[in-house]
Write a protein of this length. Structure first.
Length: 365
């Protein structure tokens, strides 16, 4: 008999946008379902996580949480009612606002294990709410990189017990078929043009303005190229304006959100990742699994994934001229692209395959 059968796990993520955290909740819920657990996804009714969960046959509960929801007694009572009805054994929350609202309700509802998953390489604020929340209401904290673990222990040691922290890296499905369709216009290239790609929300953290500066420098060198940016966000118009200002609006293509990232990755030659802070980036792992070379800023958790001059190139954070130099070098070196792609795939197979992470999580649950 399956010992996991009928164990109910609540995944709590109220974000309307789709990112690495939302993908982790969705993928993990599906994998636990395949192993006999009963996942329930609490998600924003207008978010992609909610929609995809329903499509996958996973029970989804609509929920809307804001930063101050934990101060709303009606909201807390509603969550208490919903969590009591679900009779969950464990709850995993992915946002700090969700933890503040759901942890107390979950404890009152009799949830045995309350888990916070942190994928951001920043310290938590040292305030009274967090001291109570993570010291007394949180049973375990999942981090997806050693860097995040170190930050929490160095900056938040007063209210986070080291024994509560569990390192579970992001993972990729190595059996996923490669992209075999074509995104509009990408299959047509001229004059030996190289396609550089980036995937991410258009927000300050992702550093896409460095891609526009990269385009400006490449154009000055008469390199035939395009930079494709897949993602949506609040900075879209300002980034487009910056591209016009640097006269690269034709070379930088904003593609909005793309659901089929495997096809996108299949179409590009080099992935450029100028994020300013990251956890264990799921996007990077997908790119490396597809044997694509990567150039990234040397920040926070990225060196745990990219080994400089072995499976990619690391650049001093914020250094536009160095980013250009490294990308330009890689464009000229097809042999280096192939080498980085090979060793990138090898590292993913060795350290980030889809069996290790789920096994660790089941052990924690």
């Amino acid at each position: 008999m399956n010992p996991n059968r009928h164990k109910r796990i609540c995944f709590f993520n109220s974000s309307k946008i789709w990112g690495g955290g939302e993908k982790w909740h969705y993928d993990t819920a599906r994998k636990l379902s395949e192993r006999g657990f009963e996942p329930i996804v609490f998600a924003h009714p207008k978010g992609l996580l909610y929609q995809k969960s329903l499509e996958a046959g996973i029970r989804a509960v609509p929920v809307s949480i804001h930063n101050l929801s934990f101060l709303n007694p009606v909201k807390i009572l509603l969550l208490l009612f919903q969590l009591s009805r679900e009779k969950a054994d464990s709850l995993i929350a992915g946002l700090t606002c969700d933890m503040k609202a759901a942890a107390l309700a979950a404890r009152l509802a009799g949830v045995k294990k309350i888990i916070y998953r942190r994928g951001t390489a920043l310290a938590l604020k040292n305030n009274l709410i967090n001291r109570v929340l993570y010291k007394h209401l949180t049973d375990a904290i999942i981090v997806n990189s050693r860097e995040i673990r170190n930050i929490l222990l160095e900056r938040n040691a007063s209210f986070i017990d080291e024994k509560k922290i569990h390192l579970i890296y992001n993972e990729v499905d190595l059996h996923h078929p490669p992209g075999n369709s074509h995104l509009a216009g990408l299959s047509v290239r001229s004059n030996g043009e190289v396609i550089l790609g980036n995937i991410g929300r258009l927000v300050e953290q992702k550093g896409q303005h460095y891609l526009i500066e990269l385009a400006h420098n490449l154009k000055k060198k008469n390199v035939p190229f395009r930079i494709l940016i897949a993602g949506s966000g609040k900075l879209k118009e300002s980034l487009k304006s910056y591209a016009r200002q640097l006269e690269v609006e034709k070379e930088v293509v904003f593609m909005d959100f793309i659901d089929d990232i495997h096809t996108f990755i299949h179409e590009i030659d080099i992935f450029v990742f100028p994020s300013l802070h990251e956890g264990s980036s799921h996007t990077l792992l997908e790119v490396m699994a597809a044997r694509k070379p990567v150039v990234a800023f040397n920040i926070s958790s990225i060196p745990e994934i990219i080994e400089h001059n072995k499976n990619g190139l690391l650049v001093e954070t914020g250094n536009s001229s160095e980013l250009f130099r490294q990308v330009h070098q890689l464009i000229q070196r097809k042999d280096l692209q192939s080498t980085f792609g090979h060793f990138g795939r090898e590292k993913v197979e060795r350290e980030f395959n889809s069996d290790q992470g789920i096994s660790k999580l089941i052990g924690l649950l």
